[in-house]
Write a protein that binds this ligand. Sequence first.
Ligand SMILES: [Zn+2]
Length: 396
Amino acid sequence: MLIAHRIALDPNNVQATYLARAAGVARFAYNWALSEWQRQYVAHQAEPALPAPSQLALRRQLNAIKRERFPWMLDVTKNAPQMAIIQLGKAFNNFFAHRARYPRFRRKGVDDRFTVTNDQFRVDGKRCYIPRLGWVRMREALRFAGRIVSATVSRRADRWHVSITVDATEASLPPAENQGVVGIDLGVSVLATLSTGEQWPGPKALRSLLDRLRRLSRSLSRKVKGSRNRDRAKRRLARLHARIANMRRDGLHKLTTCVTGRFHTIGIEDLNVKGMLGNRCLARAIADMGFHELRRQLSYKTAWRGGQVVMVDRWYPSSKTCSCCGYRLEELALGTRSWTCPECGVHHDRDVNAAVNLKNMAMSSIATACGGKGPGPVREHGAKPVPVKQEPSGKR
Ligand SMILES: [Zn+2]
């Protein structure tokens, strides 16, 4: 299993300049290759005898001309342009497989990153070696043992990070202390409710910092374009965004570490996050809570402990069904926090009831998995061998 650890770097001024330069070279190479790809594609369409573009050919082409035309590329690691073009090739593969949109040009200040391959990169305690630069201090040591696959250095707000991808196939943690099942209801007003009745309020990062965010965005919009003041306000805003994201991720890690350490099987709803984000009222609250990130963390953390995540179909009415007798309400408004079952008279907290239903669905899925046929609306989501990253980089 591939896992990435993102660590903040502590570069000195000379090193920070190098990192910015290497990121600039990577961006230039990516954009050069993308426009070259488009040109060669058009030429290939017009004249099929010409070769179709490929990342391998583009890398050779750049290597042949860079000494002549882009000599400044030689100042930084050769990995920076090479890996950028390989990444462009992957972006096109994803596009052809309908997994992603057509690759777009990288922008300065947004896509400041470059990747180093494992033969060029080393870690030694709290420092890492970057070719043509030397040792750079890291804020903490690499947490995962295993073969290093690659490392990506990127800038978010004003801070540089290295994201080290490790093949942690051997990684495993002791199994959960309790071999039981838990259901987690992901909420809007609270981050999560467990079927045990525990509630996780979640980091109210965005909410508490929202006023500041609003104030800063407003002050940015008032600044004259191109002015130094605007630059400074922009940087301040970016730092605030980064801080909110860090707090959010931290809260999710605490929840998922706690839950996966305690329970073997975890039932959660397969929420249609994309669909819900389309709904403007819920959008901010949900984006703040990071459902997708929560699910991702649960998946790999249970995999480490030999546990499993059971995804319950998003159309299963977990909130509207009575967890005691199975009675199903016709209607339950989003604002209704609790209700009484007309069939058996039990009073339910909306979220706890939903979590108990998810737990029951997860339990029945284990039972049917042992018994053979299992036509329930559940999808098992155990230790699947997808590369998971602890910290997502790039799109957000
Ligand atoms: Zn009932």
